[in-house]
Ligand binder design. Structure first.
Ligand code: ADP
Ligand code: MG
Length: 349
């Protein structure tokens, strides 16, 4: 009895959404306990993380864009794959330790959601990193599955659910049924590409160079995928490409929508392609169940409308799409035994 309670105090269950833009950690009974950018600051040309491995997340983000020549800020998962194992490991270790606190006796059980396109080598690297960071047990769950659970979809039932998760670096589209993924596609076009398209537009139309943070601000403040709500405008500051001097200009929501058409078109194509690959019975279910949007890109105004128009299906946005995967990961962990059971019994059928 006493020993059980003692072990209970030392054990902690963590669900981690290792995203290309943001990493979130959810703990059973406490909800989201960490939400930081997936960024690490290193000495240029090395894998050495600054400040004794502490220059991660918010601290590193502050350095991004303002880094002197000797430091680079790295987003190790930028394209939805792990571009740098060592740095990913440092980041994961930092976040896990931040949640468990200084107490090295606490050995968490960890479920990490990973992009469905991840290779076996990358999977192994994530598992090993979590082990080295002090996890007692580590499990991986595919991101669309975590998103479906977080969005409350009936993903383990014999009916199809469709998830479109638009993150920073990648968009994942998956059709699931009976606790498994039937078809999925991952494309390296997402929120970052919206920012990039805005930077290009500012350059080509106004000869104005704007930074990544400004272009993200423009997207969030006045960006849209379809004309919904009132059209607005915004004052933007940057550097004139010809004179090299600081300058400002006014831009409208219409022109930003136009600038975003290309990456949005690529996301729409990926969604329709995935739907075309679904078995007829699953496709039939989607007529009733529709599509659910998750990830930060789901918050772009009118994203649901353009997908609805392109597919003819109902499209709804998950509650709090930015935390959907992390919450789903924690629920997955709580129901690990049951879900594993469900998966096994499906295989037995
Ligand atoms: P990931 O899972 O890849 O880490 P997220 O799901 O956290 O990505 O989404 C991050 C992306 O969502 C970024 O490109 C960010 O600019 C975008 N984003 C966040 N909020 C909004 C918003 N209100 N409108 C449009 N895009 C948004
Ligand atoms: Mg994500």
């Amino acid at each position: 009895m006493f020993l059980d309670r003692f072990i209970g105090l030392l054990s902690i269950d963590m669900g981690i959404d290792l995203g290309t833009c943001n990493t979130l950690v959810a703990v059973r009974g406490e909800g989201i306990v960490l939400n930081e950018p997936s960024v690490v600051a290193v000495w240029k040309g090395t894998n050495k993380v600054l400040k004794n491995g502490q220059a991660v997340g918010w601290m590193a983000k502050e350095m991004l864009g303002k880094t002197p020549g000797t430091i680079s800020a790295i987003r190790p998962l930028k394209d939805g794959v792990i571009s740098d194992f060592e740095i990913t490991e440092a980041m994961l270790a930092y976040f896990i330790r931040k949640v468990t606190g200084r107490n090295r006796l606490v050995k968490p059980r960890v479920v990490i959601s990973v992009p469905s396109g991840i290779t076996a080598v990358e999977e192994r690297a994530v598992l090993d990193s979590a082990d080295r960071a002090g996890a007692r047990r580590t499990y991986l769950v595919q991101e669309p599955i975590a998103a479906a659970i977080g969005a409350g979809l009936p993903f383990s039932e014999p009916t199809a659910s469709a998830i479109v998760d638009i993150g920073g670096g990648t968009t994942e589209v998956a059709i699931m049924s009976l606790a498994d993924i039937a078809v999925c596609e991952s494309v390296r076009v997402a929120g970052d590409d919206f920012d990039e398209a805005i930077i290009k537009h500012m350059r080509s139309t106004y000869n104005l160079m704007v930074g990544e943070q400004t272009s993200e601000r423009i997207k969030i403040d006045i960006g849209s995928a379809a004309p919904v709500g009132e059209e607005t405008s915004m004052e933007v500051r940057g550097r004139d490409m010809i004179s090299g001097l600081p300058r400002k200009t006014v831009i409208t929501s219409e022109e930003i929508r136009e600038a975003l058409q290309e990456p949005i078109g690529q996301i729409i194509d990926t969604v329709t392609k995935t739907l075309e690959r679904a078995e007829p019975e699953l496709a039939a279910d989607l007529v009733d169940n529709g599509i659910t949007l998750a990830g930060g890109g789901a918050l772009l105004r009118g994203m649901d409308v353009v997908l609805q128009n392109a597919t003819g299906l109902d499209v709804r946005i998950a509650d709090d799409p930015l935390t959907c995967v992390a919450r789903g990961t924690a629920i997955y962990l709580e129901n690990l035994e049951e879900l594993k059971g469900a998966l096994k019994s499906d295989l037995d059928v």
